[in-house]
Design a binder for this molecule. Sequence first.
Ligand SMILES: [Zn+2]
Ligand SMILES: [Zn+2]
Ligand SMILES: [Zn+2]
Length: 347
Amino acid sequence: MPGVKSTHSEKLLAALMRGEIESITPKIGSHISYPQVEALLKVNTEKALQILEELWEEGYLHKTFHSTVYSCPICGTSSIRPKVVCPKCRSEDIERVELVEHLGQGHIDIEERFLKDGEYVCPVCNKPLKLIGVDYRKPGHAYLCANCKAISPEPLTLWTCNPSGHVFSLEEARSTKVYSYSLNHDRIEELSKNGEVFFPGDVYQKIEQYLSEESSTPIEYIQEVSEVFQKRGYKVENHKTIEDPAGGKGVVAVYAKKPPDSVTVVNFLTGTEDPTGVIDRFANLRRSVRATRGILIVPHQLDQELIDYAKRKRITVIDGVDIYDAIEKLELLLDINEFLVEESPIS
Ligand SMILES: [Zn+2]
Ligand SMILES: [Zn+2]
Ligand SMILES: [Zn+2]
Protein backbone atom coordinates (compact mmCIF):
# COMPACT_ATOMS: atom_id res chain seq x y z
CA MET A 1 0.00 0.00 0.00
CA PRO A 2 1.50 3.36 -0.93
CA GLY A 3 2.58 5.50 1.98
CA VAL A 4 1.63 9.08 2.60
CA LYS A 5 4.56 10.37 0.56
CA SER A 6 3.71 8.50 -2.58
CA THR A 7 0.01 9.34 -2.23
CA HIS A 8 0.92 13.02 -2.31
CA SER A 9 3.24 12.52 -5.26
CA GLU A 10 0.62 10.53 -7.13
CA LYS A 11 -2.01 13.15 -6.57
CA LEU A 12 0.27 15.93 -7.76
CA LEU A 13 1.45 14.04 -10.84
CA ALA A 14 -2.12 13.13 -11.71
CA ALA A 15 -3.13 16.79 -11.51
CA LEU A 16 -0.21 17.74 -13.77
CA MET A 17 -0.97 14.99 -16.26
CA ARG A 18 -4.59 15.99 -16.45
CA GLY A 19 -3.59 19.61 -16.95
CA GLU A 20 -5.37 20.77 -13.81
CA ILE A 21 -2.07 22.37 -12.86
CA GLU A 22 -0.04 23.60 -15.84
CA SER A 23 3.15 24.51 -14.08
CA ILE A 24 4.07 25.08 -10.48
CA THR A 25 5.31 28.58 -9.73
CA PRO A 26 6.27 29.97 -6.35
CA LYS A 27 4.34 32.83 -4.83
CA ILE A 28 6.59 35.34 -3.17
CA GLY A 29 4.83 37.19 -0.40
CA SER A 30 6.08 37.61 3.13
CA HIS A 31 7.16 34.00 2.70
CA ILE A 32 7.74 31.79 -0.32
CA SER A 33 4.91 29.37 -0.99
CA TYR A 34 3.58 27.00 -3.62
CA PRO A 35 -0.17 27.70 -3.35
CA GLN A 36 -1.31 25.24 -6.04
CA VAL A 37 0.53 22.33 -4.45
CA GLU A 38 -0.33 23.30 -0.89
CA ALA A 39 -4.03 23.60 -1.71
CA LEU A 40 -4.14 20.36 -3.68
CA LEU A 41 -2.28 18.25 -1.14
CA LYS A 42 -3.33 20.15 2.01
CA VAL A 43 0.30 20.45 3.14
CA ASN A 44 2.49 23.32 4.33
CA THR A 45 5.18 24.99 2.22
CA GLU A 46 8.00 22.93 3.68
CA LYS A 47 6.26 19.68 2.84
CA ALA A 48 5.22 20.93 -0.62
CA LEU A 49 8.81 21.85 -1.42
CA GLN A 50 10.05 18.49 -0.18
CA ILE A 51 7.60 16.67 -2.48
CA LEU A 52 8.58 18.87 -5.45
CA GLU A 53 12.29 18.32 -4.86
CA GLU A 54 11.84 14.57 -4.56
CA LEU A 55 9.85 14.42 -7.78
CA TRP A 56 12.50 16.52 -9.49
CA GLU A 57 15.32 14.29 -8.21
CA GLU A 58 13.43 11.24 -9.45
CA GLY A 59 13.08 12.86 -12.87
CA TYR A 60 9.33 13.35 -12.98
CA LEU A 61 9.53 17.13 -12.91
CA HIS A 62 11.58 19.82 -14.63
CA LYS A 63 12.98 22.54 -12.43
CA THR A 64 13.71 26.05 -13.68
CA PHE A 65 15.14 29.05 -11.89
CA HIS A 66 12.44 31.56 -10.94
CA SER A 67 14.13 34.18 -8.76
CA THR A 68 16.34 34.91 -5.79
CA VAL A 69 14.41 36.00 -2.75
CA TYR A 70 16.02 38.06 0.00
CA SER A 71 14.71 37.86 3.52
CA CYS A 72 15.35 39.19 7.01
CA PRO A 73 18.22 37.27 8.68
CA ILE A 74 16.52 37.69 12.05
CA CYS A 75 12.87 36.76 11.49
CA GLY A 76 12.95 35.25 8.00
CA THR A 77 10.25 37.39 6.39
CA SER A 78 10.74 38.37 2.76
CA SER A 79 8.58 41.43 3.29
CA ILE A 80 11.49 43.86 3.31
CA ARG A 81 12.15 47.34 1.96
CA PRO A 82 15.30 49.37 1.33
CA LYS A 83 16.31 51.82 4.03
CA VAL A 84 18.44 54.61 2.52
CA VAL A 85 20.33 56.38 5.29
CA CYS A 86 23.00 58.95 6.08
CA PRO A 87 26.34 57.06 6.29
CA LYS A 88 27.36 59.20 9.29
CA CYS A 89 24.36 59.06 11.65
CA ARG A 90 22.13 56.46 9.87
CA SER A 91 19.14 58.80 9.82
CA GLU A 92 16.66 58.19 7.01
CA ASP A 93 15.95 61.92 6.92
CA ILE A 94 18.21 62.60 3.94
CA GLU A 95 17.62 64.41 0.70
CA ARG A 96 19.24 64.36 -2.74
CA VAL A 97 20.57 67.86 -3.43
CA GLU A 98 22.38 69.63 -6.25
CA LEU A 99 25.97 70.82 -5.78
CA VAL A 100 27.42 74.12 -6.98
CA GLU A 101 31.12 74.83 -7.40
CA HIS A 102 32.71 78.30 -7.49
CA LEU A 103 35.07 77.76 -10.43
CA GLY A 104 38.73 78.53 -9.98
CA GLN A 105 38.33 78.73 -6.20
CA GLY A 106 37.39 75.15 -5.45
CA HIS A 107 34.55 76.38 -3.20
CA ILE A 108 31.89 73.72 -3.36
CA ASP A 109 28.62 73.37 -1.45
CA ILE A 110 24.98 72.48 -1.90
CA GLU A 111 22.92 74.74 -4.15
CA GLU A 112 20.73 75.97 -1.26
CA ARG A 113 23.73 77.59 0.42
CA PHE A 114 24.66 79.47 -2.79
CA LEU A 115 21.18 80.98 -3.15
CA LYS A 116 20.64 84.53 -1.94
CA ASP A 117 17.44 86.32 -3.09
CA GLY A 118 17.29 84.14 -6.18
CA GLU A 119 20.92 84.81 -7.16
CA TYR A 120 24.01 82.66 -6.74
CA VAL A 121 26.48 84.02 -4.19
CA CYS A 122 29.46 81.95 -3.05
CA PRO A 123 28.89 81.16 0.65
CA VAL A 124 32.66 81.02 1.24
CA CYS A 125 33.94 84.22 -0.42
CA ASN A 126 30.60 86.05 -0.88
CA LYS A 127 31.32 86.71 -4.57
CA PRO A 128 28.22 86.84 -6.83
CA LEU A 129 28.28 84.18 -9.51
CA LYS A 130 26.74 85.12 -12.86
CA LEU A 131 27.56 82.64 -15.61
CA ILE A 132 27.35 78.88 -15.51
CA GLY A 133 30.44 77.30 -17.05
CA VAL A 134 32.41 80.53 -16.55
CA ASP A 135 32.40 81.38 -12.84
CA TYR A 136 30.47 78.40 -11.49
CA ARG A 137 29.37 74.91 -12.48
CA LYS A 138 27.06 72.20 -11.23
CA PRO A 139 29.24 69.13 -10.66
CA GLY A 140 26.43 66.78 -9.65
CA HIS A 141 24.42 65.61 -6.68
CA ALA A 142 25.01 64.68 -3.08
CA TYR A 143 22.96 63.68 -0.06
CA LEU A 144 22.23 66.11 2.73
CA CYS A 145 21.28 64.75 6.15
CA ALA A 146 18.66 66.82 7.98
CA ASN A 147 19.70 65.22 11.24
CA CYS A 148 23.49 65.69 11.34
CA LYS A 149 23.82 68.10 8.36
CA ALA A 150 26.49 65.89 6.78
CA ILE A 151 26.80 65.95 3.00
CA SER A 152 27.69 62.58 1.53
CA PRO A 153 28.34 61.71 -2.11
CA GLU A 154 26.37 58.46 -1.72
CA PRO A 155 23.83 57.38 0.87
CA LEU A 156 24.13 54.06 2.65
CA THR A 157 21.57 51.49 1.53
CA LEU A 158 20.40 49.14 4.25
CA TRP A 159 17.33 46.92 4.41
CA THR A 160 14.57 46.64 6.97
CA CYS A 161 11.83 44.07 7.48
CA ASN A 162 8.28 45.36 7.48
CA PRO A 163 6.83 43.26 10.33
CA SER A 164 9.54 43.95 12.94
CA GLY A 165 11.80 46.69 11.63
CA HIS A 166 14.97 44.60 11.87
CA VAL A 167 17.77 46.42 10.04
CA PHE A 168 20.45 44.63 8.04
CA SER A 169 22.73 45.05 5.05
CA LEU A 170 22.24 43.25 1.76
CA GLU A 171 25.24 41.06 2.61
CA GLU A 172 23.58 40.07 5.88
CA ALA A 173 20.23 39.30 4.23
CA ARG A 174 19.36 35.66 3.72
CA SER A 175 19.09 34.81 0.03
CA THR A 176 17.12 31.88 -1.31
CA LYS A 177 16.88 30.71 -4.90
CA VAL A 178 13.38 29.65 -5.78
CA TYR A 179 12.30 27.48 -8.68
CA SER A 180 9.32 26.66 -10.84
CA TYR A 181 8.46 23.06 -11.62
CA SER A 182 6.68 21.38 -14.51
CA LEU A 183 5.96 17.86 -15.68
CA ASN A 184 8.78 16.07 -17.51
CA HIS A 185 6.69 14.58 -20.30
CA ASP A 186 9.68 12.77 -21.85
CA ARG A 187 10.36 10.89 -18.66
CA ILE A 188 6.72 9.93 -18.25
CA GLU A 189 6.54 8.72 -21.85
CA GLU A 190 9.79 6.81 -21.55
CA LEU A 191 8.61 5.08 -18.39
CA SER A 192 5.33 4.13 -19.94
CA LYS A 193 7.11 2.67 -23.02
CA ASN A 194 9.45 0.60 -20.90
CA GLY A 195 6.57 -0.51 -18.77
CA GLU A 196 8.52 0.50 -15.69
CA VAL A 197 6.91 0.79 -12.34
CA PHE A 198 6.19 4.37 -11.56
CA PHE A 199 5.82 4.28 -7.81
CA PRO A 200 5.20 1.67 -5.21
CA GLY A 201 1.80 0.38 -6.13
CA ASP A 202 2.20 0.92 -9.84
CA VAL A 203 0.69 4.35 -9.75
CA TYR A 204 1.51 5.29 -13.27
CA GLN A 205 -0.39 2.29 -14.56
CA LYS A 206 -3.27 3.30 -12.37
CA ILE A 207 -3.25 6.86 -13.58
CA GLU A 208 -2.89 5.78 -17.18
CA GLN A 209 -5.74 3.37 -16.75
CA TYR A 210 -7.75 6.08 -15.16
CA LEU A 211 -7.00 8.50 -17.99
CA SER A 212 -7.88 5.95 -20.65
CA GLU A 213 -11.14 4.99 -19.01
CA GLU A 214 -14.29 6.58 -20.25
CA SER A 215 -15.32 7.19 -16.70
CA SER A 216 -14.73 10.69 -15.51
CA THR A 217 -14.23 9.84 -11.85
CA PRO A 218 -11.57 12.19 -10.48
CA ILE A 219 -8.73 10.31 -8.82
CA GLU A 220 -9.26 12.49 -5.74
CA TYR A 221 -12.71 10.98 -5.20
CA ILE A 222 -11.20 7.53 -5.26
CA GLN A 223 -8.47 8.53 -2.84
CA GLU A 224 -10.90 10.21 -0.45
CA VAL A 225 -13.09 7.12 -0.40
CA SER A 226 -10.05 4.85 0.05
CA GLU A 227 -9.06 6.88 3.08
CA VAL A 228 -12.53 6.48 4.57
CA PHE A 229 -12.12 2.72 4.45
CA GLN A 230 -8.47 2.73 5.52
CA LYS A 231 -9.33 4.78 8.59
CA ARG A 232 -11.76 2.05 9.59
CA GLY A 233 -9.21 -0.73 9.33
CA TYR A 234 -9.95 -1.96 5.82
CA LYS A 235 -7.24 -3.09 3.44
CA VAL A 236 -7.85 -1.14 0.28
CA GLU A 237 -6.97 -1.66 -3.36
CA ASN A 238 -7.78 0.94 -5.97
CA HIS A 239 -8.73 0.19 -9.55
CA LYS A 240 -8.95 -3.52 -8.97
CA THR A 241 -9.57 -5.46 -12.13
CA ILE A 242 -12.18 -8.15 -11.73
CA GLU A 243 -13.00 -10.93 -14.14
CA ASP A 244 -16.65 -11.68 -14.32
CA PRO A 245 -17.91 -15.24 -14.92
CA ALA A 246 -19.11 -14.28 -18.39
CA GLY A 247 -15.45 -13.86 -19.33
CA GLY A 248 -15.41 -10.08 -19.35
CA LYS A 249 -13.29 -7.79 -17.25
CA GLY A 250 -14.30 -4.87 -15.15
CA VAL A 251 -12.73 -2.46 -12.74
CA VAL A 252 -13.92 -1.43 -9.33
CA ALA A 253 -12.64 1.91 -8.10
CA VAL A 254 -12.19 0.75 -4.52
CA TYR A 255 -11.93 -2.79 -3.20
CA ALA A 256 -11.96 -2.75 0.60
CA LYS A 257 -11.42 -5.89 2.62
CA LYS A 258 -11.84 -6.33 6.34
CA PRO A 259 -10.99 -9.58 8.07
CA PRO A 260 -12.33 -12.15 8.29
CA ASP A 261 -14.42 -12.00 5.15
CA SER A 262 -16.11 -8.64 4.67
CA VAL A 263 -15.53 -7.17 1.23
CA THR A 264 -16.92 -3.88 0.02
CA VAL A 265 -16.60 -2.76 -3.57
CA VAL A 266 -17.16 0.84 -4.55
CA ASN A 267 -17.74 2.46 -7.89
CA PHE A 268 -18.75 5.95 -8.89
CA LEU A 269 -21.43 7.33 -11.11
CA THR A 270 -20.10 10.74 -12.01
CA GLY A 271 -20.37 11.40 -15.69
CA THR A 272 -22.88 11.16 -18.43
CA GLU A 273 -22.75 7.36 -18.59
CA ASP A 274 -26.03 5.48 -18.82
CA PRO A 275 -26.87 4.91 -15.12
CA THR A 276 -28.63 1.56 -15.58
CA GLY A 277 -25.67 0.27 -17.60
CA VAL A 278 -23.28 1.31 -14.83
CA ILE A 279 -25.50 -0.30 -12.18
CA ASP A 280 -25.84 -3.55 -14.18
CA ARG A 281 -22.10 -3.89 -14.77
CA PHE A 282 -21.30 -3.05 -11.17
CA ALA A 283 -23.87 -5.54 -9.87
CA ASN A 284 -22.20 -8.26 -11.96
CA LEU A 285 -18.77 -7.34 -10.63
CA ARG A 286 -20.02 -7.42 -7.05
CA ARG A 287 -21.42 -10.90 -7.57
CA SER A 288 -18.21 -12.10 -9.23
CA VAL A 289 -16.08 -11.20 -6.23
CA ARG A 290 -18.82 -12.25 -3.79
CA ALA A 291 -18.51 -8.87 -2.13
CA THR A 292 -20.53 -8.28 1.01
CA ARG A 293 -21.49 -4.85 -0.17
CA GLY A 294 -21.55 -2.93 -3.41
CA ILE A 295 -21.67 0.81 -2.96
CA LEU A 296 -22.25 3.19 -5.83
CA ILE A 297 -21.24 6.72 -4.96
CA VAL A 298 -23.02 9.48 -6.84
CA PRO A 299 -21.78 13.05 -6.25
CA HIS A 300 -25.17 14.46 -7.22
CA GLN A 301 -28.78 13.61 -6.47
CA LEU A 302 -30.00 10.46 -8.19
CA ASP A 303 -33.62 9.67 -9.13
CA GLN A 304 -35.42 7.46 -6.61
CA GLU A 305 -36.34 5.11 -9.44
CA LEU A 306 -32.66 4.45 -10.15
CA ILE A 307 -31.88 4.06 -6.45
CA ASP A 308 -34.62 1.42 -6.23
CA TYR A 309 -33.35 -0.24 -9.39
CA ALA A 310 -29.86 -0.49 -7.87
CA LYS A 311 -31.29 -1.82 -4.61
CA ARG A 312 -32.99 -4.67 -6.44
CA LYS A 313 -29.55 -5.51 -7.84
CA ARG A 314 -28.09 -5.39 -4.31
CA ILE A 315 -26.22 -2.17 -4.93
CA THR A 316 -26.42 0.53 -2.29
CA VAL A 317 -26.54 3.99 -3.79
CA ILE A 318 -25.03 6.80 -1.76
CA ASP A 319 -25.82 10.11 -3.38
CA GLY A 320 -25.37 13.65 -2.14
CA VAL A 321 -25.39 17.25 -3.24
CA ASP A 322 -21.67 16.88 -3.89
CA ILE A 323 -18.86 14.40 -3.31
CA TYR A 324 -18.24 15.62 0.26
CA ASP A 325 -21.86 15.15 1.17
CA ALA A 326 -21.80 11.66 -0.34
CA ILE A 327 -18.58 10.76 1.48
CA GLU A 328 -20.05 11.96 4.76
CA LYS A 329 -23.03 9.66 4.21
CA LEU A 330 -20.65 6.81 3.40
CA GLU A 331 -18.80 7.36 6.68
CA LEU A 332 -22.08 7.36 8.55
CA LEU A 333 -23.15 4.13 6.88
CA LEU A 334 -19.86 2.43 7.73
CA ASP A 335 -19.95 3.64 11.33
CA ILE A 336 -23.52 2.46 11.83
CA ASN A 337 -22.59 -0.95 10.45
CA GLU A 338 -19.79 -1.24 13.02
CA PHE A 339 -22.50 -1.49 15.66
CA LEU A 340 -24.49 -4.12 13.86
CA VAL A 341 -23.81 -7.81 14.09
CA GLU A 342 -21.12 -9.06 11.80
CA GLU A 343 -22.49 -9.21 8.32
CA SER A 344 -22.46 -12.48 6.50
CA PRO A 345 -21.35 -12.47 2.90
CA ILE A 346 -24.17 -12.36 0.42
CA SER A 347 -23.90 -14.54 -2.59
ZN1 LIG B 1 12.82 40.82 10.64
ZN1 LIG C 1 33.96 81.33 -3.52
ZN1 LIG D 1 23.36 62.24 9.37
